[in-house]
Design a protein around this ligand. Structure first.
Ligand code: PSV
Ligand code: MN
Length: 389
């Protein structure tokens, strides 16, 4: 059994994101830390280092225009030479002045066209880099009651997303993120998983829901949402992070590792579902980190997230799911919970050390990073303006 778990964890794939390596922050202040990348190639260098240290982070997500270059083919070749590939591509529909009153939902046709053209540009980036995921998040929403026509906006949105979906390369997917507030504070056009799911179902097979862990109100049962989306075959991806309050973008596992474990438990059971309409999509879910380093060093924060995901999945795989079903059937409420707890409280570090040995990476990636001199080298070499949003 444990050999099987080691094998399965060796196949884990966690995508890190280019903007997790740069100076981001809150709306009050963006702090820089020494050694921060100055351009997209240096972001890729850092992603490649995280992959060398963990063995499970072979792709890096890009955000356009933050990562805009003249030659995306050359950028993809650069990534390959460093040992990673370009992963999902995120359009940016929130930082142009034109989007003050919305992007794809704007009442003005020329703004909707500008937004769609930008998404189509990102689809060209996908073709040039070999990416197979378009990761869509819209900041669209309104700040005051009465400001917008909900149903009209929804029709514009569906129309724009459908056109984008139709332009996707063969085999590629659109993953559609939801968020219940911010930057809009009265309503958000895709506020929750149900709104994202119904849009995806209206648009077609290539559209799936993206769950950003931080985009839920306090107390929302995310693992239940995950189970529901798995059951519909429409769970396309995750933006992984952790939160204490709202969309805090802290590194994974920092605040509520039990939640990450419970989500992972739904996911591993979805992968094992005998129905291929559930297990098929479950096996191709994108696990992307979406965190912001506000005060912390970026590479160690990313290593924490990647290893927290390994820990959550290792613990989830330890749950005796056959015994759990038996206890559920018997109505053994406490016994069911006990099984979960046994797995959650297991120290999986020896198991993960075996996974890392198999992958040929250090047993403790964070310790190896600290001892490597990589941060000091970056601090010395990366003089000049650090990249940001
Ligand atoms: C929005 O809060 C979001 O989660 C989206 O995924 C964006 O692409 C990302 O943050 C930007 O940091
Ligand atoms: Mn996100």
């Amino acid at each position: 059994m444990s050999d099987e778990i080691v094998e399965r964890l060796s196949r884990q794939h966690i995508e890190t994101q280019s903007w997790g390596y740069v100076s981001t922050g809150t709306r009050f202040k963006v702090f820089n830390t020494p050694g921060t990348p100055r351009d997209v190639r240096e972001k890729i260098d850092d992603a490649a280092l995280v992959h060398r240290l963990t063995g499970v982070a072979p792709t890096v997500a890009l955000h356009i225009p933050w990562d805009r270059v003249d030659d995306y083919g050359a950028l993809a070749e650069y990534a390959t030479a460093q040992g990673v590939r370009i992963g999902s591509i995120s359009p940016n529909l929130f930082q142009d002045d034109a989007y003050r009153l919305g992007s794809l939902t704007n009442t003005r046709p020329e703004v909707r066209k500008q937004a769609l053209d930008h998404v189509l540009e990102c689809i060209e980036v996908m073709r040039a880099t070999g990416s197979d995921r378009l990761s869509m998040w819209l900041a669209d929403g309104t700040n005051y009651p009465g400001q917008g026509n909900f149903r009209q906006r929804r029709r514009y949105l569906e129309d724009g997303l459908r056109q984008a979906c139709e332009a996707l390369p063969d085999g590629a997917e659109m993953i559609l993120e939801y968020k219940f507030f911010e930057p809009a504070f009265y309503h958000t056009d895709i506020a929750d998983w149900g709104q994202s799911l119904t849009l995806c179902e209206a648009i077609g097979e290539k559209a799936k829901v993206l769950v950003d862990i931080g985009h839920h109100a306090q107390g929302v049962n995310i693992e239940h949402i995950v189970a529901t989306l798995l059951d519909r075959g429409r769970l396309g991806g995750f933006d992984l992070n952790s939160k204490k309050y709202g969309d805090d973008d802290l590194f994974v596992g920092a605040i509520n590792p039990q939640e990450t474990f419970l989500i992972a438990l739904e996911l591993v059971s979805g992968e094992d579902d005998p129905d291929p309409r559930i297990s098929g999509p479950a096996k191709s879910i994108l696990y992307k980190i979406d965190q912001c380093a506000m005060i912390e060093d970026k590479i160690p924060a990313m290593l924490r997230s990647v290893t927290a995901m390994q820990t959550a999945f290792a613990k989830a795989l330890l749950v005796d799911r056959a015994a759990l079903e038996e206890r559920r059937a018997e109505g053994d409420v406490v016994g069911c919970n006990e099984l979960l707890n046994d797995a959650f409280e297991t120290d999986v570090r020896p198991l993960l050390a075996r996974v890392r040995e198999r992958l040929g990476v250090p047993a403790d990636p964070l310790a190896a990073y600290r001892a490597s001199g990589e941060q000091e080298r970056r601090n010395a070499e990366r003089i000049g303006t650090p990249a940001g949003w």
